[in-house]
Design a protein around this ligand. Structure first.
Ligand SMILES: [Zn+2]
Length: 237
């Protein structure tokens, strides 16, 4: 003859262990996902650096272009200056001098542009080294976080092994006709098979229970299940 009162106590105890086991297993499962999420976050942050470096490259190209342009125009001025000696008429001389003045004006604009670009290059280089420093810190943080998670995982695994050992001992005491029912419910009901009754309501689904059901639970002749969520009901002493 099964002592139902004792069996229910054992089931409540088993539920307590299983609740801890379920929670720890869930924590363990979520860990690789969290690491992946953090790695993706870091990858996204490196995108900013890439953008800055591309901007810098474009600016350097622009600088080179302006410098080459300046060099070519300075060559033109030199050429014109040599031509000045070979000119015969006053009119031609004046025209060429005007042309030289025009190219010189162009050149001083180019020089101003180049100075602006150099200033901008300074600013962008500073931004890049700031961004690199930031990423370095983030990488260190991620490495430390991974290490911490690894340690957590080891601790959780050890705790799980201990709890499962306790569980194996406990289920030996549970009646062979009762245990399969419990195992079936816990699998289908998200790790919660045994629930208490409080304020006349099932604490699994919070449905109010009829007085007759509550009486049946109190009588402890047989397992009583919630009509709504099918979990095993008990009343806390
Ligand atoms: Zn219920």
């Amino acid at each position: 003859m099964v002592n139902l009162e004792e069996q229910i106590k054992l089931l409540v105890e088993l539920q307590g262990l299983d609740t801890q086991i379920f929670k720890l297993e869930k924590d363990l499962r979520s860990m690789p996902e969290e690491i992946k999420r953090m790695e993706e976050e870091l990858k996204e942050k490196t995108g900013n650096l890439k953008k800055l470096e591309e901007g810098l490259k474009a600016l350097q190209v622009k600088r080179k272009e302006k410098e080459l342009d300046l060099e070519a125009k300075e060559g033109t001025i030199k050429k014109y200056q040599i031509q000045l000696y070979q000119i015969k008429t006053n009119k031609e001389y004046t025209a060429l001098q005007q042309e030289i003045a025009r190219v010189r004006a162009d050149n001083s604009l180019l020089e101003e542009d180049i100075i602006k670009i150099l200033d901008q290059l300074d600013i962008e280089n500073q931004e890049i080294s700031k961004e690199k420093g930031f990423l370095k810190t983030e990488e260190i943080r991620l490495t430390e976080e991974k290490k911490r998670r690894d340690e957590d995982a080891k601790r959780i695994e050890a705790e799980l092994a201990h709890l499962k050992g306790q569980r194996d001992e406990l289920i030996k005491k549970i009646d062979k006709s009762i245990l399969p029912k419990y195992e079936r419910i816990i699998k289908s009901k998200d790790g919660l098979a045994v629930v208490s009754v409080a304020n006349e309501a099932c604490q699994g689904c919070f449905r109010i229970l009829p007085p007759q059901v509550i009486n049946e639970i109190k009588m402890k002749n047989d397992l009583v299940f919630c009509d709504n969520c099918a979990r095993i009901l008990y009343i806390e002493e």
